[in-house]
Write a protein that binds this ligand. Structure first.
Ligand code: QAP
Ligand code: CO
Length: 167
């Protein structure tokens, strides 16, 4: 069965929580990851964290391809910047439909993570993939992209979003 999960929207305080590491790599985890991918594809997203669908586990799914055929499932991801270069990109978020803001993040990262089977893996990422992984890993710490903006920009973007929610 294909399931579309409900996405929690800002300013729900649920999104400020810290997620717990995954320790059992079982059927339930596979179903969660699959439901998250379906939810992301149906919402036309490129990344989604478990916390956004109400699950406090360190699970993220990503697919930045146009053809929607390179799903990435990262469990317990840990990021290490590979250099001191930064990249600015206009980001969106499925928990903030309709707003896009420019955020500065590391350009190149290494990521240690577990596969869906629990295998320890690592990868390097640059460009959009790197940005997307950093955005999703932030969610696992209760951090949203607006938290990465300067005070003034953040205020403006938050007001704009809350106004849109009320219309
Ligand atoms: C995070 O965000 C991201 O406002 C993933 O109306 C975004 O998938 C990382 C979306 C950009 C890097 C660059 C947003 C869909 C999807 C919306 C998303 C909307 C419909 C956002
Ligand atoms: Co997001």
């Amino acid at each position: 069965p294909v399931t579309k999960l409900k996405i929690i929207k800002y300013p729900d305080p649920f999104l400020k929580q810290k997620c717990l590491p995954v320790t059992s790599f079982d059927k339930e985890l596979k179903i969660l990851a699959e439901d998250m991918l379906n939810t992301m594809y149906e919402s036309e997203g490129i990344g989604l964290s478990a916390i956004q669908v109400g699950v406090l586990k360190r699970v993220i799914v990503i697919d930045i391809t146009e053809e929607l055929k390179k799903p990435l499932i990262l469990i317990n991801p840990v990021i290490t910047p590979s250099n001191s270069k930064f990249l600015e990109f206009k980001e969106g978020c499925l928990s903030f439909p309709g707003i896009y803001e420019s955020v500065k993040r590391n350009e190149e990262i290494a990521v240690d993570y577990n596969s869906i089977e629990g295998k320890k893996l690592s990868m390097k990422a640059t460009g959009l993939l790197s940005i997307c992984i950093q955005h999703e890993v932030d969610h696992l710490e209760g951090v949203v992209f607006l938290d990465r903006l300067s005070g003034l920009k953040r205020n403006r973007a938050e007001k704009k979003f809350l106004k849109m929610l009320n219309r």
